[in-house]
Ligand binder design. Structure first.
Ligand SMILES: Nc1ncnc2c1ncn2[C@@H]1O[C@H](COP(=O)(O)OP(=O)(O)OP(=O)(O)O)[C@@H](O)[C@H]1O
Ligand SMILES: [Mg+2]
Length: 371
């Protein structure tokens, strides 16, 4: 256990195990703050408890504990969603408990999750400082896993609503990726309106920017496109200085939004429509200019994802079968994790029955080897 911080230790009588639903007595030792967000704090911790088979108390972990003020009026969606999801590319919830803070006397909800060593924001920054990008094979593996998590979530109608690199955990030593931070997530019902002021500015889909009241899980696909673009560019692709200027940044790549886009998204929109064309070439050539160092298959994928109209924006299934990922399907595909002298194989195609159902007829295309 690293000793770089003061550790905090406490014993709780009733910690609920998410898998079994039973409650256990545990001692929690928190030793390192790893995240400080708008809503809560994330700390690294180990837990001491007795596992029934061997009946001796043992130390388990490390875990990441996310602590947010407990909701009094409505149930925490984050807990509700994390309790039911189970996917290799979504952070897993192991335990949860409520605890009164010794500092302000308020009740806090604590979510005990598996702990990953890094997130995509830190990885992008690490390579940027070396004037490099995340190696292409790693980018492909990360993008594939992120899309797989979206296929699964969107299959249930759940939208994450805050896709951005800091909410995407990674383990660079195994090139695995897991989505975290379900604090904004919601199950979207068809024709039911939801607040459009969600998602961090740089990653907001255009329909959210213009205040579309009835949006779909395609808002996460926009976020996916922004994340892929950011891996290639080393910095966020659309950095608007205000919510409205965000749309202008997007129009610098996609051209002016069509009038039909405003009408379809929100006929009440009265903001700036950015109808001036800011470049003279075709949209395709514009993508080639902006992503001048990126391979053609990546540019083709981005052209299918970064689309104004959510109905024409790629779906998780269509992303998964894109040629950008053909390399991952090769029989002898291996990657070198950073600093490793031996390459490793990745288990990217262990689809569950549920995922195969969601893939439908596309599953044969996805599972056939590209060689
Ligand atoms: N399971 C985990 N393992 C490792 N690190 C984690 C884990 N969960 C969260 N973190 C780290 O803590 C940070 C904040 O967590 P999270 O995004 O869930 O909180 P938040 O308060 O909603 O943050 P924000 O408001 O900034 O989005 C993450 O960006 C990540 O770096
Ligand atoms: Mg977050």
């Amino acid at each position: 256990m690293p000793q770089n911080n003061h550790s905090d230790e406490y014993t709780l009588d009733q910690v609920i195990n998410n898998l079994s639903g039973t409650s256990n007595r545990m001692t929690v030792t928190e030793y390192n703050k790893i995240g400080e967000g708008a809503f809560g704090t994330v700390v690294e911790a180990v837990l001491n408890y007795t596992d029934p088979p061997n009946n001796t108390e043992e130390t388990h972990g490390p875990f990441a504990i996310k602590r947010v003020p407990a909701q009094t009026e409505y149930k925490s969606r984050e807990l509700e969603i994390l309790r039911v999801v189970n996917h290799p590319n979504i952070v897993s919830l192991r335990f949860f408990f409520d605890k009164k803070s010794s500092i302000d006397g308020k009740i806090y909800q604590n979510l005990v999750m598996e702990c990953l060593p890094s997130n995509l924001q830190s990885e992008i920054k690490y390579y940027r400082q070396l004037k490099y990008t995340i190696p292409y094979p790693h980018m492909k593996a990360y993008t594939f896993q992120l899309t797989r998590a979206m296929l699964y979530l969107h299959g249930f109608g759940i939208s994450h609503r805050d896709i951005k690199p800091s909410n995407i955990l990674v383990d660079p030593s195994s090139v695995t990726l897991k989505i975290c931070d379900f604090g904004s997530a919601k199950k979207l019902e068809p024709n039911q309106s939801s607040v459009s002021y969600i998602c961090s500015r740089y990653y907001r889909a255009p329909e959210l920017i213009v205040g579309c009241p009835i949006y779909t899980t395609k808002i996460d696909i926009w976020g996916l496109g922004c994340v892929i673009a950011e891996m290639f560019l080393g910095k966020p692709i659309f950095q608007g200085q205000s919510p409205e200027l965000q749309l202008k940044e997007i129009s610098k790549l996609l051209g002016p939004p069509p009038k039909t886009f405003y009408f379809k998204s929100n006929p009440q929109y009265r903001g700036n429509m950015y109808q001036n064309k800011l470049f003279s070439c075709s949209v395709e050539d514009r993508f080639k200019q902006i992503f001048s160092n990126s391979p053609p298959d990546a540019i083709d994928l981005l052209l299918k994802i970064l689309v104004y109209d959510p109905d024409f924006r790629a779906s998780p299934r269509s992303v998964l079968v894109h040629p950008f990922f053909y390399e991952l399907k090769k029989e002898n595909f291996k990657v070198y994790p950073r600093g490793a002298s031996e390459p490793i194989s990745l288990n990217l195609f262990n689809f569950s029955k549920y995922e195969l159902e969601l893939l439908g007829p596309l599953k044969d295309e996805l599972l056939k080897s590209s060689e």
